[in-house]
Design a protein around this ligand. Structure first.
Ligand code: HEC
Length: 426
């Protein structure tokens, strides 16, 4: 598809996804807050509490019924379309960004996975994620919420690990996010909404509502509550290559999830007691430690078994030898030809020219990009110098070149990173 059209499709869908996502999570945060802040002292008969609030220049008085008002109102507001549209736009976005360009964004460089197989694994992970989740919740484990939570957490970490073996870091992260998002929306669609419908119907007919349904709904909405913060991180994670670009990206994601769940837990419980006040400083310390751990210079380049490195070392019987002469030329280390007398920056510029400029240019020659991706142009020495810190983080974590399409070698990565560390002189 024309890159300009995909860009605008991406823009339109992402914009809507954000808007409905904010509406969904915002309403969900608001109702949790409402529940926690209800004034439950001497409620009027039939009420479990009330709350006064001021917002936007108006004063509001909200009342929560123990079960239902004597007569059901004609106009009862339901909150579900926010959730459904968030999921629909999310899946569309996944398709436009990751499935239409699977080779650059989804498939791990050198994994040899075909586009069809990669998309199959992606879609399959969403479906099986939901099926496994809902089976676990309905199993005897469902009676032990704490144990269930721990098992679910390790299942998700397992999914992150498995996906990180076949997908790019970004691709793996976004699929974990999509699995969680699918579970959350599945909970709304398959469990919470039917439970509410059953309740309303029973009240209208004056019969006893099925007591099992609300209990099930409560467990599922509690899961949704704790999953919110991890999923929000994943949605912005593509800005942070030191997380998804790491060899241990799945572990970093697991740590971030734990920290955010701790913070969520504190906010869920702080109205009753300050018992979990320790959770916030622990999460902050955890984040600071993660920042240190992920700052390792050149984390995986010295690892002989790093999958990317393996693929990059050309072997005699490498299929690549049958590639076009143009490709073969590009695979040759750019540094070799100019090693020796050439200045370090001259070598760096040559590497950038061969590995980056087909995309990152005022006039990209790559047929995948009409304009310089992320606005980063690396045509001139000044542009390269200005972008040095960004170049370093992208090259060091192997996030760039995208999908290693331009076959950058480890030596070239080291050259560029060393040049930045030595002050990025031109
Ligand atoms: C095949 C095309 C392609 C090649 C080759 C490529 N990039 Fe990129 N680059 C992209 C795309 C696409 C993005 C935007 C990524 C996104 O959507 O977040 C990007 C983003 C970037 C960014 C901005 C990241 C940020 O948000 O700070 C930097 C810096 C960068 N690339 C550096 C490089 C360097 C250095 C090379 C060469 C070693 C390189 N790229 C090779 C396509 C490419």
């Amino acid at each position: 598809m024309d890159p300009h059209i995909t860009e605008w499709l991406n823009l339109a869908i992402r914009w809507v996804h954000m808007i409905v996502g904010i509406a969904w999570i915002g309403a969900s945060f608001y109702f949790v807050w409402l529940e926690n802040n209800l004034n439950r002292v001497n409620p009027k008969t039939g009420l479990s509490g009330d709350l006064w609030a001021i917002h936007g220049g108006g004063i509001y008085h909200l009342e929560k019924y123990k079960l239902a008002p004597p007569k059901m109102p004609d106009n009862l507001h339901w909150f579900k379309w926010e959730a459904y549209f968030t999921w629909i736009t999310g899946v569309l976005l996944l398709a436009v960004v990751y499935y239409l360009n699977a080779n650059i964004y989804l498939i791990a460089p050198g994994s040899g996975l075909s586009v069809g197989a990669a998309i199959g694994i992606g879609v399959g992970s969403l479906v099986s994620g939901w099926v496994i989740y809902t089976l676990l919740c309905d199993s005897p484990l469902g009676k032990k919420p704490m144990l269930l939570g721990i098992v679910l957490f390790f299942c998700l970490v397992g999914a992150a690990y498995g996906l990180s073996q076949v997908f790019s870091g970004r691709g793996a992260y976004i699929h974990v996010g999509a699995i969680i998002g699918t579970i959350m929306v599945g909970n709304v669609f398959f469990i919470i909404m039917p439970a509410q419908r059953n309740l309303v119907k029973a009240i209208e007919e004056g019969t006893e509502p099925d007591p099992a349904l609300p209990a099930k709904g409560l467990l599922r909405s509690r899961h949704n509550n704790y999953l919110t913060l991890p999923v929000l991180f994943i949605m912005i994670s593509n800005h942070f290559p030191s997380t998804y670009g790491s060899e241990y990206n799945w572990l970093i994601l697991a740590c971030l999830a734990v920290f955010s769940i701790l913070v969520r837990h504190y906010f869920n419980t702080r109205h009753g007691s300050q018992k979990f006040a320790w959770a916030v400083p622990v999460a902050v310390l955890g984040m600071i430690s993660l920042a240190f751990v992920t700052s390792n210079k050149m984390p995986s380049l010295s690892q002989p078994d790093a999958p990317v490195a393996q693929q990059q070392a050309p072997t005699v019987d490498d299929n690549a030898s049958s590639a076009t002469s143009e490709n073969a030329q590009a695979t040759e280390p750019a540094t070799e030809s100019s090693a020796g007398e050439a200045s370090v920056f001259a070598q760096v510029q040559l590497v950038i020219k061969e590995r980056c400029v087909e995309c990152h240019s005022a006039t990209p020659t790559s047929n995948m990009f009409a304009t310089a991706p992320a606005g980063v142009m690396l045509d001139t020495p000044e542009e390269i110098q200005t972008n040095a810190p960004r170049i370093q983080s992208q090259v060091q974590t192997r996030v760039m070149p995208l999908g290693n399409l331009t076959k950058m070698t480890d030596e070239e990565r080291e050259l560029v990173v060393d040049w930045v560390n030595d002050g990025a002189k031109i």
